[in-house]
Design a protein around this ligand. Sequence first.
Ligand SMILES: NC(=O)C1=CN([C@@H]2O[C@H](COP(=O)(O)OP(=O)(O)OC[C@H]3O[C@@H](n4cnc5c(N)ncnc54)[C@H](O)[C@@H]3O)[C@@H](O)[C@H]2O)C=CC1
Ligand SMILES: O=C(O)[C@H](O)CS(=O)(=O)O
Length: 474
Amino acid sequence: MEKFHYINGDWVGQDLEKLEVNNPATGDVVGTVPIGGKSETKKAIDAAHKAFPEWSSLTAYERSSYLKKLHSLMLEHEDELAELMTIEMGKPLHESKGEVAYSASFVEWFAEEGKRVYGRTIPPHKEKRMMEVRKQPVGVVGAITPWNFPAAMIARKLAPALAAGCTFVVKPPSATPLTAVRLVELCEEAGIPKGVVNLVTGKSSEVAGELMSNPHVRKITFTGSTEVGKKLMEQSAETVKNISLELGGHAPIIVLDDADIDKAVDGVIASKFRNGGQTCICGNRVYVQEKIYDDFISKFVNKAKELQVGNGLEEGTDIGPMIDKDGYDKVEKHVQNAISQGAECVLGGEGYEENGCYFYRPTILKDVAPGMLIMNEETFGPVAPIQKVSTDDEAIKFANQTPFGLAAYVFSESVRRGNHVVNGLDYGIVGWNDGVPSAAQAPFGGMKQSGIGREGGHEGIEAYLETKYVSIGL
Ligand SMILES: NC(=O)C1=CN([C@@H]2O[C@H](COP(=O)(O)OP(=O)(O)OC[C@H]3O[C@@H](n4cnc5c(N)ncnc54)[C@H](O)[C@@H]3O)[C@@H](O)[C@H]2O)C=CC1
Ligand SMILES: O=C(O)[C@H](O)CS(=O)(=O)O
């Protein structure tokens, strides 16, 4: 499967050196994309800049019709997109199908939200005819996306950007570019005019470097690690780029002693092991109150031990391969560090390598301590460390002891106690008796070092709009 860049409505880059894309479950080469750099990225930005006046002059209803066509095409090609995602990222096929539907829901949501970009008039306080506020599209958007949700992280940016009237240049991750290419092929099939959507693959530092420095790019939207996000913030300063950041997380899960334990176990499993634990909002730390500690762990182990590890294309697989050896090594490091400092491994605790591919079994550690690596660094793998806590306020204190502030979870059947915990949590997303809170109609994003801005909801389109205040004299 040889794929190319999409610049100004043409598929180009045939002459460039190729980057191979590997299936993380088998090691097979599943496709190639060009290794682009500064000059290809500049061409893509120029195309988006040239296309912006016409695209932004369309009505929201006209832009919506293109997005609705794209939405239909994504659902029509759900199986194909899902299989592509699984062979390049590894997640189980049923999760890939879920991601296609999730991605399409952002396109559908913003096809409508674009029609609700309202301005307002302000009652003048002195001799003026009118004071008003208008919203206008920011301009050319540069998007840089991660490998763990190859379709959703692009759709969550492309849909609001186009709905707002912006034009778009995306640099997908080198690990999962084929899904990105297929999405852009569907944009072309939907009739989205040339130059509105552009795609360049290749050296992050060069492609992203041009996006960050080119003055025609008015907005950067990045999803990825906090480490890279900080570098992009520094680079954005030169041209004062408007920047949105969806960064790393280290989600705490609090299970109070009034929780429905079976519901809590299901919720923790859903949060922890989705995408093999490779999501920014996966539970990374589990705090369980002492009265139910042993009962919760026993039920959690009994459920988690049923999870099957293997090739995501095979029926019955619940956890696919790690994306690469680095990802595997980080998980192994966290597990061994915890055990060496006194944690007890009650499930799993090891992985395996097959044909240069890396798999890690669902792992549960109990009696972990706050100072362990796993309780402070994002693990990004299928490992649940459990710490015993006493009071509700102690749980909140431990939960907030992190530079991250993306997602947190609490399981409690008490409105009073659950609400107290929710109010005390310093996180942009809180799941209360819900392990998978994300939805296109809700604002997704973090506080502290988990990012700036929100994606989804009405907030998601605001990120692609500028506010213009107009004062009209008599
Ligand atoms: N808050 C959120 O919504 C999400 C956050 N993430 C976070 O992303 C990380 C996992 O995804 P990865 O792709 O491994 O993240 P990453 O930060 O390594 O890469 C993300 C993107 O940035 C590019 N990139 C890497 N180094 C760069 C540099 N120096 N300059 C410019 N671009 C660069 C990569 O090619 C990729 O396209 C985790 O930390 C996870 O928590 C992942 C998904 C969602
Ligand atoms: O990449 C991620 O972690 C996603 O943002 C999580 S979700 O949106 O699929 O919940």
